[in-house]
Design a binder for this molecule. Structure first.
Ligand code: GLU
Length: 420
């Protein structure tokens, strides 16, 4: 079997490949499937000229990668960030392939991104950029081809522009081309909370396996966007004490517990947590190393690395973000006996409810929030249990077990489909 070359510095693609290689080796994955899954099936890079408010045209680079369509149409979000590059999008697309396979929703994996700084753009500029991207991708995506969704710095508004643009181009209202839409445009109840809810379900299952009661656990949450804030809120509702939170302005620590709803109200009103008095200020690196039971990194990639992994005191890490732990930290965490519920399982609640949204769009029949939550919780719990059982069966970390479960599912179907 050939294996990818791992350089010293691990970008998200290296980190993904390192885990993929490890799991592939354990299950003795054949070269045919290994080499197919090593590369994305299709990628598209576009350059989008956009008229800025000052009358000048700026050209933005965007990507859409379909890593695999073996189990169904490609599925995955679109992010807006200055860090977007093709390697990052490729890694994120592959993670979606594994994620959808783990929760058992009938999709492959895809991802998109535009290199831009949305905080520096007006609403009009963002709308023109988003519509330009949707138009450029209109033959690449589709309800049975590739279905985007929100990711970092995108949400309901961007999805609404994309449905609108795509529907105009195709001449028919096509809500199933994208998920994470506003409710009035065919969005699903429960979708906004879905990723955080899945993080909570994984946390609940993991602490039960560890023989801990929620009220004897403390939790630190890094990141206070959609995933971080809702994870914190729902984990708090389990009875766990949230002792620290953070956002772009830094960390806020209170050993007596932080009121997550106070923090959410504050951040909603002020735009971020700057000046929040519910906790004392700590740096981002101090935050990750706080003494706690549960750490939920829900911000961005490569936060836990070989530089700080040895100092992490949490007993359990539940990865709300995609790729928050770089591959060179895995062994350090394992050796310390820290249980890591990996991103491709822990944050799969979002794509699970995206699937329900797509099903509802295809049926034209909309479910209650209670039904959405009940079904999502069931899928997440069963995915957690399967990964946990495999981690015992193969005597590997939950991360490696998650890759094993995902790769085996995709490989089995790929063999059935056959090759040229
Ligand atoms: N962007 C989210 C993720 O990384 C959701 C993707 C989706 O719903 O398709 O899982």
């Amino acid at each position: 079997m050939s294996h990818s070359t791992i350089e010293n510095k691990l970008n998200p693609l290296d980190s993904m490949m390192k885990r993929f290689d490890e799991a592939a080796k354990i299950i003795g994955l054949d070269d045919a499937v290994y080499n197919t899954l090593k590369y994305p099936a299709k990628s598209l890079t576009v350059h989008l000229p956009v008229m800025m408010d000052n009358g000048k045209v700026e050209v933005f680079e965007g990507h859409r990668v379909q890593h695999s369509t073996t189990l169904g149409p490609a599925k995955g979000g679109i992010r807006y960030s200055m860090d977007v590059d093709i390697d990052e999008v490729k890694a994120l697309a592959a993670w979606m392939t594994w994620k959808t396979a783990i929760v058992g929703v009938p999709y492959g994996g895809g991802k998109g991104g535009i290199k831009c700084d949305p905080k520096k753009m007006s609403k009009g500029e963002l709308e023109r950029l988003t519509r330009a991207y949707a138009a450029a991708l209109s033959d690449f995506i589709g309800p049975d081809k590739d279905i985007p969704a929100p990711d970092m710095n995108t949400g309901g508004q961007e999805m609404a522009w994309i449905v609108d643009e795509y529907s105009k181009i195709k001449g028919e209202f096509t809500p199933a081309v994208i998920t994470g839409k506003p409710i009035s445009m065919g969005g699903s109840l429960g979708r906004v909370e879905a990723t955080g809810r899945g993080v909570m379900v994984c946390t609940r299952s993991a602490i039960a396996k560890m023989g801990l009661r929620p009220d004897e656990c403390t939790c630190v949450v890094q990141g206070f966007g959609n995933v971080g804030s809702i994870s914190a809120k729902l984990i708090e509702m389990l009875g766990v004490k949230i002792i620290a939170i953070s956002d772009i302005t830094g960390g806020y620590y209170n050993p007596n517990g932080i009121s997550v709803s106070d923090a959410m109200n504050y951040s909603q009103e002020k735009g971020n947590l700057e000046g929040f008095t519910g906790g004392s200020k700590v740096s981002n690196s101090e935050l990750l190393e706080l003494d706690c039971t549960i750490l939920v990194p829900a911000a961005m990639e490569d936060q836990i690395t070989d530089k700080n992994a040895a100092n992490i005191k949490a007993k359990l890490i539940v990865e709300g973000a995609n790729g928050p732990t770089s591959a060179n930290a895995d062994k350090i965490l394992n050796d310390k006996g820290i249980i890591v519920v990996p991103d491709i399982l822990a944050n799969a609640g979002g794509v699970t409810v995206s699937y329900f949204e797509w099903v509802q769009n295809k049926m034209g029949y909309y479910w209650t929030e209670e039904r959405v939550n009940r079904r999502a919780d069931r899928l997440m719990k069963s995915a957690f249990d399967t990964v946990f059982e495999n981690s015992n069966k193969f005597n590997v970390s939950m991360r490696t077990a998650a890759y094993i479960v995902a790769i085996e599912k995709v490989a089995t179907t790929q063999r059935l489909r056959g090759t040229y």
